[in-house]
Design a protein around this ligand. Structure first.
Ligand SMILES: *[C@@H]1O[C@H](CO)[C@@H](O)[C@H](O)[C@H]1NC(C)=O
Length: 184
């Protein structure tokens, strides 16, 4: 690569950093808004939990301790990871869920935009986080793997989606509670 190319990359990096540092100041407010919107959209995309799915219910046990570190920054990164996992779950085969397409799309887009922005904001701290908080990461991965395996076992049928939607709802509600405490 020639010197001109390198300068261009340098400029792009510089601009990206400037833009994101402006947006990063209000990150916690945005995170809070995304959680609120996502909760509303989760409710909107489907109906009440179907009675016939009750007997298939299972407990996934969200690792609440990942949201309890003393540093705000660590909690923010954990929340980012959770957003990413939820986005991945809701990118699986949703045919049999038969949810409201528009609400579902808004839900996915909202999470996706927030993930992109968060990534830009915490990118520098991430290396540190991943090294020191590997156990948290692992716990989150295990939890979401359980949800994913459950969906796969049930071949992404309607009940497995309704159960997962209820579970993701609880997860977002917990984040909402934690963020309220954090921002006060
Ligand atoms: C998604 O699931 C439906 C219903 O089980 C199936 O017909 C369809 O082929 C699946 N789509 C993909 C991309 O796997």
């Amino acid at each position: 690569m020639n010197a001109f190319g390198l300068t261009q990359i340098g400029l792009i990096l510089l601009c990206t950093t400037t833009i994101s540092s402006l947006q990063c100041n209000h990150l916690h407010l945005q995170q809070q808004k995304v959680v609120k919107n996502s909760l509303q959209l989760l409710d909107k995309m489907g109906k009440k939990f179907p009675q016939q799915c009750l007997r298939e219910k299972m407990s996934f046990r969200f690792p609440e301790q990942v949201l309890k570190p003393r540093q705000k920054e660590t909690v923010k990164v954990a929340i980012e990871e959770i957003f990413q996992h939820i986005f991945d779950i809701f990118s699986k085969n949703l045919t049999l869920a038969a949810w409201d397409e528009k609400a579902l799309e808004q839900f996915q887009n909202g999470l996706y935009r927030q993930i992109e922005q968060l990534e830009a904001c915490v990118i520098k701290k991430q290396t540190h986080y991943f090294r020191s908080k590997e156990p948290s990461r692992l716990k989150l991965r295990k939890y979401f793997q359980k949800v994913d395996c459950f969906l796969q076992d049930k071949q992404h049928n309607m009940c497995s989606w309704e159960i997962s939607r209820a579970e993701m709802r609880r997860c977002l509600q917990l984040i909402d509670k934690v963020m309220r405490k954090l921002n006060n």
